[in-house]
Design a protein around this ligand. Structure first.
Ligand code: AMP
Length: 221
């Protein structure tokens, strides 16, 4: 939430608008990942659920799966609820599917070297992120700005391009050349020709938001 709040504020600044007048989708893709739909300055949907387990696959968390997989696996593996929870939170996601690592860089390297499970793990992440972004465009009835942030969102240029590819029907076009060449570590606009939404990469700053909230709380003591 802290990260989404920070990048949503920054994207409004970069667009020269008030967040309350915008429809924004923020993609925090890191070890933990979530995607959020924001309208009128308020979060109207987010991909995490009862726990941070739901949504896109993460480093070691499964993300959304068919709920019936849980009793099926418990029966098949003969594990307790606590052991099943451990599998879903610590042994799934990029790590579980690839069998290589929870670190996206290592999974990418293995996929590039021809490891089919590593390729599948990355493909599931791309597919699920696209699906959630698409559903949020429907929910918001359009989107003014799409933002990528966190370790994967800020650094994995190929993944950003793969997520945004073939989303022009939804008004989202990323400029692949700008995406390839943009400097790291700073906010940058990646909007492509014909895009109705503006696309950005924005480094997150959760520490800044925590400091700001602490200041606000302590000022009112
Ligand atoms: P975070 O939780 O935001 O620190 O993000 C950690 C994730 O970002 C790990 O999966 C890293 O592999 C990933 N990451 C960091 N740099 C890169 C990069 N250059 N390409 C792909 N993934 C990256």
């Amino acid at each position: 939430g802290t990260s989404h709040r920070y990048v949503a504020g920054r994207v409004a600044e970069l667009c020269g608008k008030e967040l309350k007048d915008m429809k924004v989708i923020t993609c925090h893709l890191g070890n933990g990942s979530s995607i959020t739909a924001i309208r009128d300055g308020k979060v109207v949907d987010t991909s995490m659920g009862f726990t941070p387990q739901e949504g896109v696959p993460m480093g070691t968390r499964s993300g959304s799966i068919d709920p019936t997989i849980v009793p099926f696996l418990m029966d098949k593996l003969g594990v307790t609820p606590a052991e099943m929870d451990d599998i879903l939170t610590k042994k799934s996601g990029l790590l579980g599917v690839s069998g290589v690592s929870s670190d996206c860089r290592e999974v990418n390297a293995a996929a590039d070297a021809g490891n089919a499970r590593a390729r599948l793990a990355i493909d599931i992440l791309i597919h699920d992120a696209k699906k959630i972004i698409g559903s949020y465009v429907a929910e918001l009835n359009g989107v003014d700005a799409l933002v990528f942030t966190a370790g994967i969102g800020e650094n994995d240029r190929k993944l950003r391009a793969d997520i945004c590819r073939d989303m022009d029907a939804l008004g989202i076009v990323l400029d692949e050349q700008v995406n390839d060449e943009c400097p790291r570590g700073q906010a940058f606009e990646l909007t492509g020709k014909g895009s109705r939404a503006r696309v950005f990469v924005i480094p997150t700053d959760e520490e800044y938001m925590i400091a700001l909230d602490t200041q606000t709380l302590t000022e009112n003591l």
